[in-house]
Design a binder for this molecule. Structure first.
Ligand SMILES: Nc1ncnc2c1ncn2[C@@H]1O[C@H](COP(=O)(O)OP(=O)(O)OP(=O)(O)O)[C@@H](O)[C@H]1O
Ligand SMILES: [Mg+2]
Length: 399
């Protein structure tokens, strides 16, 4: 069928033609937005899930709901090598300038800008234009101690007061939140806690890898009471089918039951894989009908795309030693694996692998679903590794 008409949308954060199976979470977003508008105590949330389950898409949807509800918003993607202050400042500056423009002079908004200016000096980083463009004197003694926990709380409080003065709530979206280091995460949680205590209208909606709930609890023990950590899983069979059927039917294309079965066998309900398989099946179909044989014909190109893109980008970020380690994991099946099993496979002591494991967790490739267990954050990464390195063998143990 005509690729130009193809509705399916494999890609990072690319909105799917049908956002399937996320009604409960979107309802949670709707309630959080409504409660924040009414100034009722509201729990923010951090959605957690594996790579490609639809975290970014969900955050983007929540962002558009907040925008429709007349929130001021900012959307930040955390980064392994960037500090929180650096990430937030340009957004907070824009937010404050927007608040400034909304109405007549408000002391709280001007103070917010001054506190942001002093926060900048406390960070000891320059922001080029952002800094110069804040043509205002800093609020001496506020948010400029250089201690991020204290300063960020002060800054959030000042911004929250400015928002309250304008009667405009703020929604802060953070994607890939697992990349915030423990210090930054602790400071963020503390700053939001302060806003809750002062009943200021700032809502956090975030997403990250599954290790996130543990990281947040570790950074601040009260994090579990402040946020929900709803899991984003693979789609149920019905929802997975709907993700394919709804867009196909909208264009009068029939997907047979065995076609749906074949897509499900390959994708196992993972949204990214569903989009990839459905996309290639569409292109491979000779006419407006997708059945098992069409999906089979499309499989090599779907797999090739996943291997060269989705999987490969993760693999290429590894050192030779890390590659060896993950290939040893894959040689043991689909996991999760005990630390001892992996060590045995590599013929080394478990303790000697701990640093490597820590680095791979930091890179977001593996996580610990339970104490002592290790699993990939990328669904079906083990299959990929076996395809990529079919001849890999564990080091032989000398007798
Ligand atoms: N609920 C859904 N129904 C159907 N397709 C979806 C759904 N959610 C996401 N997708 C599709 O899955 C793919 C991955 O989505 P997204 O980038 O949001 O995942 P992610 O969890 O953010 O992945 P990563 O951890 O790699 O950033 C996209 O192609 C998107 O269109
Ligand atoms: Mg994402």
């Amino acid at each position: 069928m005509d690729p130009i008409q193809n509705p399916f949308a494999p890609g990072a954060g690319t909105p799917p033609p049908a956002l399937s199976g996320r009604q409960d979470l979107l309802e949670q977003v709707r309630i959080a937005i409504g409660r924040t508008q009414l100034r009722r105590p509201t729990k923010g949330f951090i959605a957690v899930g594996l790579r490609g389950v639809g975290k970014t898409v969900l955050l983007r949807e929540a962002l558009s709901m907040a925008t429709d509800a007349k929130f001021l918003t900012c959307f930040v993607e955390a980064h392994e090598h960037k500090r929180l202050g650096e990430l937030l400042v340009p957004h907070l500056r824009r937010l404050l300038l927007d608040l400034d423009r909304i109405g007549r002079l408000a002391a709280e908004v001007k103070r917010g800008l001054r506190v942001l200016k002093s926060f900048l000096s406390g960070l000891k980083v320059t922001y080029g234009d952002a800094e110069l463009a804040l043509d205002i004197d800093p609020e001496a003694g506020a948010a400029d101690s250089g201690d991020l926990e204290a300063d960020l709380s002060e800054l959030f409080s000042a911004i929250g007061r400015a928002a309250k003065a304008r009667d405009v709530p703020i929604a802060l979206f953070i994607d890939e939140i697992q990349y915030l280091g423990q210090k930054d995460l602790g400071a963020l949680i503390m700053a939001l806690h302060r806003c809750t205590q002062e009943r200021l209208p700032i809502l956090l909606i975030a997403a990250g890898l599954p290790q996130m709930a543990g990281l947040a609890g570790h950074a601040k023990s009260y994090a579990e009471r402040m946020f929900d950590f709803p899991p984003l899983d693979a789609l149920s069979r019905d929802d997975a089918d709907r993700a394919v059927l709804t867009p196909a039917e909208a264009q009068e294309v029939l997907v047979t039951q065995d076609g749906l079965d074949a897509i499900h066998d390959a994708a196992k309900g993972y949204p990214y894989f569903i989009q990839e398989w459905a996309y290639h099946a569409w292109n491979a179909a000779p006419g407006p009908r997708i059945d098992r044989s069409v999906v089979a014909a499309a499989s090599p190109s779907a797999l090739k795309r996943l291997d060269e893109g989705f999987f490969r980008v993760r693999f290429d970020r590894l050192t030779p030693r890390e590659k060896h380690y993950v290939r040893a994991m894959a040689s043991l099946g689909s996991g999760p694996w005990r630390a001892g099993e992996i060590a045995e496979r590599l013929a080394v002591k478990p303790t000697s692998l701990a640093p490597l494991r820590g680095i791979l967790i930091g890179k977001g490739l593996i996580y610990s679903p339970r104490h002592g267990d290790t699993a990939f954050t990328v669904p079906m990464f083990d299959d990929f590794l076996r395809r990529l390195m079919p001849d890999w063998a564990p080091p032989s143990v000398s007798s």
